[in-house]
Design a protein around this ligand. Structure first.
Ligand SMILES: Nc1nc2c(ncn2[C@@H]2O[C@H](COP(=O)(O)OP(=O)(O)O)[C@@H](O)[C@H]2O)c(=O)[nH]1
Ligand SMILES: [Mg+2]
Length: 488
């Protein structure tokens, strides 16, 4: 654990001790102490049908989140690693109740057992999975969804009035950038401690395969659009970065069955004159036909699982020689953008775990201090203040936000370097210094020394104004920290 993590855990424990006479405050703080030790919690948010549940399945590599409409997709559902599959329903009122777990066609189905979705606070699914070990995933109902109530619940879950959000970080899915997406991202700002919104949000251009109306270069276009969004000032001030992902392709690639490969291979090997007309549109693909390969049901099932783009891509890859299911599924996943997303999740969230957890924990403690003032709140508040002001990680975070929201301005090339050094592209030494992950310590040292020299000159330059001097001093400290972290 980082020194920041140790300090935060310490002040939380002091809080539990100080509030031992208040059962409510103690329970709240204990819960947050436990949460501090737990895996990072990442919520998946966005409008209905943005592809949230499908992406969750792609990340886990199994069909555990129900997709499309249905009662369960209207309830906030947590997926966490556990020794055996288990579903717990937490109602708004009354005791938590276990639900039965069933699988249909490989997919997990959850039955609320007659309880209306409105009465359910959340479902907690335990699922043995390597991918859930470092992060728990939270599937949320859509924002601005079918009923105002469902949407209000999703909103209240992600941006509670005055409590820290139950999630430490958010993946925000959008199909195309829409005003309501921007509004939602704007509302997802923390209050209180460690004010910094963009840092725990990554935006995803979802269902990316649909961007080119199924053309085989769809993913290239989607990546270009994501690149444009990344450079957009408004979006930069709201999220860390934007990645394009075709969740369905990733999900079905990771869970492809032998029969599906066989069906795709049948299409690939049939006469082009019989297959090509089918591939013109989704409607044509499922239409009954005398000459078309495969029966309409098999075709409909393929379309459902892979989308028209996935079917086309699968057929093309098989024709070009990808002739076993393992190789095909690997290629589909590779083209889906899932690996890029995973890298972003690691650099933006997992490597910043302590920082993100600390923000959530300090917010929780601040809330108690404000709601239930006791004599001990004063020194506790001072300690929270000392940690947030003293931890260089928080200073970096505030500066990164200030640069991204243009509260602090610098010439463009200098700003780009500053954002990168502050961890905007990832927290490792090589990411901060703009070098390849394989860079050796000597190269890292050389780059860190060069950066340090530049920022020292800016800190001392008579041409720098006060805010620029402040910024430069923070970066000097960042560079010194980087140098100190390198092996001699
Ligand atoms: N073509 C395509 N369809 C997708 C993709 N992701 C999801 N879908 C489809 O969109 C519908 C809604 O997906 P779902 O994951 O339930 O969306 P949610 O409401 O945001 O959870 C389903 O029919 C999915 O098969 C994708 O990446 N590409
Ligand atoms: Mg869903």
């Amino acid at each position: 654990m980082t020194p920041l993590g140790v300090a935060v855990r310490g002040v939380l424990r002091d809080g539990v001790e100080a509030y031992r006479d208040s059962p409510q405050a103690t329970a709240w703080l204990r819960q947050h102490l436990a949460r501090f030790e737990e895996p990072l919690r990442v919520a998946i948010a966005g409008k209905v049908k943005a592809g949230k549940s499908t992406l969750l399945n792609a990340l886990v590599g199994e069909e555990i989140a129900p997709t499309d409409a249905g009662e369960c997709t209207r309830v906030v559902t947590w997926y966490q690693d556990g020794p055996s599959p288990k579903v717990l329903m937490i109602p708004r009122e009354g005791r938590p109740r276990p639900l039965t777990v069933a699988r249909r066609d490989g997919a997990l189905t959850i039955d609320l057992g007659g309880t209306p979705a409105e009465r359910v606070d959340r479902l907690v699914v335990d699922w043995p999975s390597q991918s859930l070990r470092t992060t728990s995933l939270i599937d949320t109902p859509g924002i601005a969804s079918m009923s105002a109530d469902t949407s209000a619940r999703a909103g209240a879950f992600l941006v509670p009035e005055d409590a820290p959000a139950p999630a430490d970080a958010v993946l925000y899915l959008m199909r195309h950038l829409h005003v309501s997406d921007v509004r939602f991202l704007e509302s997802f700002h923390d209050q209180g401690v460690a004010k910094a919104a963009p840092v725990n949000t990554v935006a995803i251009l979802s269902r990316a395969d649909e961007i080119g109306v199924g053309r085989l270069d769809a993913m290239a276009s989607a990546r270009q659009i994501a690149g444009r969004y990344r450079r957009d000032d408004k979006l930069r001030s709201l999220c860390q970065t934007v990645v394009a992902v075709a969740g369905l392709l990733a999900q079905s690639g990771r869970t492809m069955r032998q029969a599906e490969f066989t069906a795709l291979a049948t299409l690939a090997k049939a006469e082009a004159s019989d297959t090509e007309p089918l591939l013109l549109s989704a409607d044509r693909f499922v239409r009954a036909s005398e000459t078309a390969p495969l029966d309409p049901e098999t075709r409909a099932a393929l379309l459902d699982r892979f989308g028209l783009f996935g079917v086309r891509l699968g057929i093309t890859l098989i024709r070009r020689g990808t002739d076993d299911p393992g190789a095909l599924s690997a290629e589909l996943v590779k083209r889906s953008g899932l690996d890029e997303l995973r890298t972003v999740l690691t650099t933006q969230f997992t490597e910043r775990r302590d920082l993100l957890k600390s923000r959530s924990a300090l917010l929780a403690l601040e809330l108690v201090l404000a709601r239930e003032p006791i004599p001990a709140s004063v020194p506790l508040a001072r300690e929270v203040e000392r940690i947030t002001a003293g931890a260089h990680e928080f200073t970096e975070l505030r500066l990164l936000t200030a640069l991204r929201t243009r509260v602090v301005t610098l010439p463009k090339d200098v700003r780009v370097e500053a954002e990168r050094l502050l961890g905007g592209d990832g927290g490792t030494a090589s990411a901060r210094l703009g070098l390849e992950p394989s860079a050796d310590p000597a190269q890292l040292r050389e780059a860190a020394l060069a950066a340090l020299g530049g920022w020292q000159r800016r800190a001392e330059s008579p041409l720098s104004d006060r805010s620029q001097v402040g910024t430069a001093r923070t970066l000097v400290r960042t560079c010194e920290g980087l140098l100190a972290s390198l092996p001699r």
